[in-house]
Write a new protein. Structure first.
Lengths: 567, 567
């Protein structure tokens, strides 16, 4: 593969005398050459033969311009039981301090039966093939369209908006990229694994991670290779250790004899789950270069990237630059958001997964994948054969909401020429502001706790996301091999004290590999909703830690199962 | 397998002395014994280890009654940008004659932030495991719930309503059944194939069918075995020929040497696509018995079953018993709807797929599977690992709409004690009434056409669904081997005359097997929306048939490719 790829580099170089520029203009054929060898063998079984399409019509055939449509089984719009959907879109997310669950400031966005007359005419006309052309400006979706059968890859309007999101924030280095709508990132990851993983394929994964992706990997017959994580407050070192990774791949046969060399890296590089870590751009470049050298596809899962948290200020714990209006949308896009791997993607080897669950709503079940057109086409075909397009109702709600936000934003004085998508991005900023407030309350309370002052636990401040870790400073006399049992004991104390968190070792992909680094709990500040709750949570956690230190190995109250907690 | 099953019969018989009654009370273990051998080998790879669940807690642990929730990454409800959704639910589908796309008679159904306070309290409380308990009465879904992460199998409220649909119309013969929400029947079928089909598995399918399911089969490595269909106006013989099927299975090794014996039958028994045929209950019983004998799982795909069409009355073409109010909901349920295979399912071997696409709206992307709990559990696990729950917005729209319809129906005088779900079933009846009107206009026009009177084509009247076939009566001098070329020629004429239909041979699973029976086109009366359009469609079709008879083999206008039309 590497050889093949070098040839490709060479070829393009010869053609233009300009290696870099040409690399950013990789063709579909280039992607095929590079990545077809990484596609799972199942893919060859994916036949798609749409019974309502015909090709090879005689050249002299003169199709009637206005045929009667008696072909596809699409119900007529007046048979849909819902004839209008009105949405109340809030101007601002509810804030923690005033517990504003319902906002008085909102706009009504209507999803009406015939919002987009032209589209209706098109589906009723000669065309048997659904129209999937790019639309020019933003255009609201009508209910007649939302409730009907529609394009498998997603509504063109919504796809266009996702492309605007990518273009505004994470423009890929090459031109031939596209997006595909999915039913959320769970769906995206299942599809990507299905596309790439065969029996005995291997995938590199951060040792602590969002473990459900491990199930997708195993389900397709693949095996995981854990990558050591630097779980540290030193931001320059956070995340995957590039040296460890480079060494591992250069000496893979020695380290994992008998296993296939990894062809995929799954990474949550920004606001990592469960650790809250964010990888520096410098390290991303190193990791990208390693992947390029070994022809590894990068799955970048980025659910939390929009939730950027300014540095916690101990001298002014409740400081929140968002709420003070100190950050413009442009700054947020260019200076605050951490660029995706897409922005350094010379070879088109990155598949970026975004979701509307964290800054929109999980119940929409909407996300999207960005990547080179060859891989996006493969994923679209797979979508055709499985779940088909995500809910039209969800898509219409999201599309019209994004358009509403864009229109309102551009209508503000001075914003006439702002990118349309900035309306949505401003909402993401507002949500970041809310999470900053939550983080502030949480950390203020935690830093005040006796167990923290007594150095019984450490806090790793997240710069991003909704999670953070509390790392238990184990007593010197406790064996590191006991880590799991110690954490189980702490967990029992937490349940009695009344504070729910997630055990670090439950989020490892290989317990043995990571045991000694699993002395942490994952907390979130997403769901609790009053200052008081954060305070109580912190106090209860501190009490639980104190109990651990007083009781464990000395005066234990619980009879722990030797195997730890199992599902 | 058959032996094992007989043992099972025997065992239960010995226990009770009553074979039949006990068979209807098959246990989970019985299903496992019967069907585990039919589960694909992939299933063993499906591990599901939820990181947020713990088991094996010490017995003396006293969980705090009101813990602070700092565990799961669920956004707080006030961060959802939508805070209310209002739906206009029409009282009646728009009728063909007045082209009533927007109805003046509708009710407003609101999806409000905290509709169901109790549920909110539950998700905020101690429970880390999502609540999946059956609810008692119908209960609307709140937006805080609809937009949040939710149960993978579907909203409990909506699942309960699907169980009411099944109980009211197609109550299974055994008790331990359940339903699973899916993203429509495409999703259902992909999942079922994934669960059952291995490399080299075989599946029985009607020779003409909804071909995308063939892709699902092939995708999992399976092979199809076509079953001959009786495409005839004689309703007692329509559909799968039980004798052909019985003979095929009894002599399978001879007929298909080297292939595995089929373990699944995929059938559209009611309002079949593309033929419009409906299998009699007598034949269903025969087919069921054959499947029982050979331990074959039956996938019953029933998208069109609710669209029951009264017999077309040539002396009174526009007669429509629905619109005259001659049919009660109870009659519709008990006398008119064709009972599912579930109602004769002694062994729990039926997986019934329903969709809300045809009587609700396709854009909802909602359907459900009914089957024995063992198989439903397997499918639920698969759902966990792939697409997760269908859109919460779609589920909330459908749930609250069904509840709205139920409440309005029960509020009518005399309906106080009617089953709640009859509100929805009445809607299905109204839709059937609309399709009856459309069928009437379409057939009235077709029977008047010269080409029909000249016996150049036959019509097979559908008793159900939205499709019907026009069977071309081939000239004696035309070779049956030319069927494909003849139909291609007709198709070209149709495109020039201006009438879009689907070629029968494009809906075969094995062109060679079915070529001689592929002299038909599939038409639908679903999408056209005026009397005039049906009339024009019929005239254009008749003109095209006339052209075929005048031009084919004599004075051909088109240069047809020898391989026919390909995708």
């Amino acid at each position: 593969m590497v050889k093949q790829k070098e040839n490709l580099y060479l070829q393009t170089k010869n053609n233009t005398g300009d290696n870099y520029n040409k690399m950013t203009q990789l063709t579909y054929k280039d992607f095929e050459t590079l990545y077809q060898p990484l596609i799972s063998s199942n893919d060859a079984k994916r036949k798609l033969n749409l019974f309502y399409l015909v090709n090879g019509l005689p050249q002299n055939l003169k199709c009637h311009e206005n045929p009667v449509y008696l072909a596809g089984g699409m119900p007529f719009e007046s048979m849909f039981p819902v004839q209008e959907i009105d949405l109340q879109i809030r101007d601002n997310p509810g804030s923690l301090t005033d517990d504003q669950v319902l906002s008085k400031n909102y706009s009504i966005t209507k999803i009406k039966m015939y919002e987009n007359e032209e589209k209706i005419k098109e589906t009723e006309s000669t065309k048997m093939i659904p129209v999937n052309s790019m639309i020019k400006g933003p255009s609201k979706v009508g209910l007649s369209y939302a409730l009907q059968y529609s394009e498998v890859a997603g509504f063109p309007e919504l796809l266009e908006l996702t492309r605007q999101i990518i273009t505004r924030i994470n423009k890929p280095k090459y031109d031939m990229w596209d997006t595909l709508l999915t039913c959320g990132t769970s769906d995206s990851l299942a599809k990507i694994c299905d596309m790439l993983i065969d029996d005995n394929s291997t995938m590199l994964m951060e040792e602590f991670t969002f473990t459900p992706v491990l199930h997708n990997l195993q389900y397709s017959g693949g095996k995981h290779i854990p990558l050591k994580l630097n779980v540290t407050s030193d931001q320059s070192k956070q995340g995957i250790d590039p040296e460890y990774m480079s060494d591992l791949l250069d000496n893979f046969d020695k380290k994992y004899p008998g296993l296939q060399k990894p062809k995929v890296l799954y990474t949550i590089a920004t606001g990592h789950n469960p650790t809250g870590l964010t990888q520096t751009m410098e390290n991303r470049q190193k990791i990208y270069d390693i992947c390029s050298k070994h022809n590894i596809i990068i799955i970048e899962d980025d659910p939390y990237g929009y939730l950027q948290l300014p540095k916690y200020d101990e001298s002014n714990p409740l400081n929140n630059p968002y709420s003070k209006g100190e950050i413009s949308v442009d700054q947020y896009c260019k200076e605050i958001l951490i660029p995706s791997y897409l922005t350094i993607d010379n070879d088109g080897r990155v598949l970026r997964c975004e979701t509307f669950s964290k800054v929109g709503a999980p119940g929409l079940r909407l996300g999207f994948i960005t990547g080179n057109k060859f891989l996006i086409d493969k994923l679209t075909k797979l979508t055709h054969l499985t779940v088909r397009n995500p809910s039209g109702v969800s898509q219409a709600v999201l599309t019209n909401m994004l358009i509403d936000m864009g229109q309102k934003y551009q209508a503000l004085p001075g914003n006439e020429n702002a990118p349309f998508i900035d309306g949505w991005i401003e909402w993401c900023m507002k949500i970041s502001g809310q999470y900053t407030t939550r983080r502030n309350y949480m950390f203020q309370s935690l830093y005040e706790q006796p167990a923290f002052k007594e150095k019984k636990f450490e806090l790793i401040e997240p710069t991003c996301g909704m999670f953070f870790n509390t790392k238990i400073v184990l007593k010197p006399e406790w064996s590191k091999k006991e880590t799991k049992r110690i954490m189980d004991y702490l967990y029992c104390c937490l349940l009695e004290e009344g504070c729910l968190a997630v055990l670090g070792y439950k989020m490892t992909i290989d317990e043995d590999f990571s045991l000694e680094r699993a002395n942490f709990l994952r907390f979130t500040f997403a769901k609790a909703n009053t200052e008081q709750l954060f305070k109580e949570g912190a106090e209860r956690f501190s009490n639980a830690v104190e109990r651990l230190f007083n009781e464990y190995g000395v005066d234990e109250k619980f009879d722990l199962a030797p195997q730890g907690f199992v599902e």
